[in-house]
Design a protein around this ligand. Structure first.
Ligand code: NAG
Ligand code: NAG
Ligand code: NAG
Ligand code: NAG
Ligand code: NAG
Ligand code: NAG
Length: 264
């Protein structure tokens, strides 16, 4: 299960946005199962369809108290989406980079590499970090097995960022900044300072949609609409999660992309 999941391409869209009152919203689409069997008759990805029934929300408790909540695939231990109520919310997007990826896994299996698997770091941070800043430090400083994007949200103004990681270093922390008019950060699977790949540009339509929504109208409901716009929503989209740290809410929706709809 562990390697199986790790070796499948995941493409995703994560957004953290702040409204005029300083409320922070964090949402994501998880697009899973690329290249794993296209069903021509039904126009679906076989693996994506198989995973949909396995999506579960889990409350992790300690001494009868909820420590964090997450959206998981049943049987999969790594965490891609989670929230610590009152403290922070966290999503992870895959960062394709040949420094890590398949070669990295092979090297790791052969014992040539150390570093933490990204899905375990998110779990550890959700279990043990106690604030937005603490989570940001742990996500920036821990040595990893492969590159990743960590998208983090907090509960007060300016607390939202995209952490761009190599295995060893943090290349960049792109944070909300109301003074600069940066009321949202949005990450798909490409470094935000570079153009997305032309055959997989979910960023431009998603940003266009956010810009049209405006900060005045941003809410979990309007972000859900942004994440329901094609091709941000596509045939790989397995679920959409909506989180708000100050209320502690995590809601997930299994998605279907009605035809016509792009494969990714
Ligand atoms: C295709 O869709 C039909 C009708 O919804 C369903 O019965 C069938 O199992 C699907 N095929 C696959 C391979 O999922
Ligand atoms: C947890 O809750 C149950 C029932 O409400 C109670 O009996 C038990 O003592 C509680 N355990 C702790 C560690 O608080
Ligand atoms: C943010 O969380 C902290 C710690 O839980 C809490 O004390 C504070 O009131 C929260 N702030 C807002 C704006 O919700
Ligand atoms: C969180 O911290 C506790 C206590 O230090 C430790 O036992 C536990 O293994 C940690 N959790 C993770 C996922 O590392
Ligand atoms: C959205 O607005 C931001 C900030 O004004 C701008 O930098 C960006 O180019 C816009 N993107 C799109 C796709 O409209
Ligand atoms: C903002 O929301 C209001 C009320 O929900 C709606 O009437 C208005 O059209 C929205 N504006 C935009 C730009 O979407």
């Amino acid at each position: 299960m562990f390697f199986f999941f790790f070796l499948v391409f995941t493409v995703c869209t994560s957004i953290v946005a702040e409204d005029f009152n300083g409320n922070i919203y964090h949402a994501r689409n998880l697009d899973f199962g690329l290249f794993m069997g296209w069903d021509r008759q039904n126009k679906t990805w076989t693996l994506t369809e198989k995973l949909k029934p396995l999506v579960v929300n889990v409350n992790f408790q300690r001494g009868n108290k909820t420590v964090f909540k997450s959206t998981n695939f049943a049987g999969y231990v790594g965490i891609l989406t989670g929230i610590r109520p009152g403290e922070f919310s966290l999503t992870m997007n895959e960062r394709f980079n040949f420094d890590g990826g398949y070669v990295g896994i092979l090297e790791w299996i052969l014992g040539w590499r150390d570093g933490m698997w990204m899905g375990f770091l998110t779990r550890k941070v959700l279990e043990n970090a106690t604030s937005y800043e603490d989570a940001k430090d742990q996500l920036s400083l821990t040595k990893l097995l492969a590159p990743a994007y960590f998208i983090l949200g907090g509960n007060r103004t300016g607390q939202g960022c995209v952490i761009t990681r190599t295995r060893i270093n943090t290349l960049d922390i792109w944070e909300l900044d109301m003074k600069l008019g940066r009321w949202y950060v949005l990450e798909t699977n490409y470094d935000h300072w570079e153009k997305p790949m032309i055959f997989d540009d979910r960023r431009t339509p998603a940003m266009k949609c956010m810009n049209q929504t405006t900060q005045a109208n941003i809410s979990l409901a309007s972000i859900y609409d942004v994440l329901s716009t094609k091709p941000v929503l596509n045939k790989l989209t397995t679920y959409t999660s909506l989180m708000e740290v100050s209320t502690g809410s995590l809601e997930s929706y299994i998605r279907d992309c009605p035809n016509p709809c792009t494969p990714w």
